[in-house]
Write a protein that binds this ligand. Structure first.
Ligand SMILES: [Zn+2]
Length: 67
């Protein structure tokens, strides 16, 4: 899980603003999930890298498997 402190170490390339944690809805298979991801407070760009995406996907798959 990304913490606010970790998010604030990153800045938006376009705005140069420190990122904030933001709840984002995304869709996977036939469900939607809310996850907290670092996002720019200025332009709303969600910062997601490959490692984070993989981790989140594994997390979601874990949720699905529990059902
Ligand atoms: Zn921005």
């Amino acid at each position: 899980m990304i913490t606010l402190e970790e998010a604030q170490q990153w800045t938006c390339d376009a705005c140069g603003k420190p990122l904030v944690m933001r709840e984002v809805e995304f869709y996977y298979l036939n469900g939607s999930f809310h996850v907290n991801l670092p996002a720019c407070p200025e332009c709303g760009l969600v910062f997601i890298n490959e490692a984070l995406a993989t981790g989140k996907m594994a997390e979601v798959e874990g949720i699905l498997e529990d059902k």
